[in-house]
Ligand binder design. Structure first.
Ligand SMILES: Nc1ncnc2c1ncn2[C@@H]1O[C@H](COP(=O)(O)OP(=O)(O)OP(=O)(O)O)[C@@H](O)[C@H]1O
Length: 359
């Protein structure tokens, strides 16, 4: 199974250091006497309907825990109503959690007072929403610099910074346009630029591309990947779309009814779904596009030829297929000079035939 360290090495994230965000036993319950639910052995296990009937409460987030590493793209995925937005809003206390810990860069932000929260939201967090929330009477550059203005940055400095990020998101030439002169995709680029302008430590995305046409949506996903490579920010991204989650996420947390169902890399979810719910989600994913050589390789056996070609462990099966099948010796999976395992025709063909679960 792929470990977090291995994923981090692959993606350039840094799991060895302190997590940027560490969430423990997090609950958000809406309704009367909500704070009694997490502590009650009797109530905390009730299904949604029963809990509502007994208490009038909805547990939108139930006992969730995870860490986000520096530079990681952490995706929260689930169907409508599974608790994604509530969870991510709790992380910045836009919604007040009912119980649990949220440690951000070593500080439990549930202890932060209003002043500290304002500081964190201004300088450490940024949010990108589905509805861009641009100010219609302000030009692109002034929308982008708005947060810096609120922080008290002088006009010349904030305009300089805004122009830098406008260029970074590919909107050069549109600095002086008004939002309604831009397409949906371009407006969302302004949203991205605005989120990046303050140089936050973490960017939170709440289904930012759901309202965009599929082609524009794909462009914007690529844009996020490109920006992530360029600026290396930690990102927490909500989506209900599995292909978006697999494309963007270093790890994906799947939620259902407020609970964590599985948290893992794309190849973990596709290769070893935790239950039928996840299995159903991933059943149509082309496995060769997601599973890596690290996932399908086998240990070395006596008699294995060791003069075959070498490949990295994070090459996906689809990209390796031709080379593995063409080689007359098994491919050696090598990372930093270390032989991790072997991939031969059998391992590749098992994936292609959809049988790798039996290996
Ligand atoms: N303010 C509220 N008061 C009561 N219940 C709420 C409130 N906000 C959310 N809920 C409930 O909490 C549950 C989780 O909602 P949430 O919006 O977090 O889900 P979601 O996965 O983000 O859904 P969507 O993709 O539709 O936005 C739902 O049952 C919702 O009805």
């Amino acid at each position: 199974m792929t470990t977090q360290t291995e994923v981090s090495q692959r993606r350039g994230t840094d799991s060895g250091s302190t997590p940027v965000i560490s969430v423990r036993r997090l609950w958000k319950v809406f309704g009367p006497k909500a704070d009694q639910v997490p502590d009650s052995e009797e109530l905390r296990g009730l299904a949604r309907r029963e809990l509502m009937d007994r208490t009038g409460c909805t547990a939108a987030v139930r006992d969730v825990h995870f860490d986000v590493s520096p530079g990681e793209v952490f995706v929260v995925m689930g169907l409508s109503g599974s608790g994604k937005s509530t969870l991510v809003r709790c992380l910045t206390r836009l919604i007040e959690p009912t119980a649990g810990e949220i440690v951000f860069e070593g500080e439990d932000i549930r202890d932060a007072d209003d002043k500290r929260l304002r500081e964190l939201r201004r300088s450490k967090f940024s949010m990108v929403f589905q509805h861009f929330g641009l100010l219609p009477h302000r030009r692109v550059v002034d929308n982008v610099s708005f947060g810096l203005e609120i922080r008290g940055m002088g006009r010349a400095e904030r305009t300089k910074r805004a122009l830098e990020v406008v260029e970074l998101v590919g909107l050069e030439g549109y600095e002086n346009s008004f939002p309604d002169q831009l397409s949906g995709g371009m407006q969302q680029r302004v949203g991205l630029a605005r989120a990046l302008a303050g140089n936050p430590d973490v960017l939170f995305f709440d289904e930012p591309f759901s309202a965009l046409d599929p082609l524009i949506r794909r462009d914007m996903q690529n844009e996020v990947i490109r920006l992530h490579h360029e600026v290396g920010k930690t990102m927490v991204f909500i989506t209900h779309d599995l292909s978006e989650a697999l494309k963007l996420g270093d790890r994906i947390l799947i939620m259902r009814d407020g609970k964590m169902v599985q948290c893992g890399t794309g190849d973990e979810l596709v290769g070893a779904p935790a239950d039928d719910y996840v299995r159903e989600f991933v059943k149509d994913v082309p496995r060769g596009d997601v599973l890596t050589l690290r996932w399908i390789m086998r240990p070395l056996k006596d008699g294995d030829a060791l003069d075959g070609p070498e490949m990295g462990p994070d090459v996906v099966v689809r990209e390796a297929t031709r080379a593995v099948l063409a080689a007359d010796k098994p491919v050696k999976v090598v990372e930093n000079g270390k032989l991790l395992g072997i991939v031969g025709d059998d391992e590749i063909l098992a994936v292609v035939a959809g049988q790798e679960g039996d290996m």
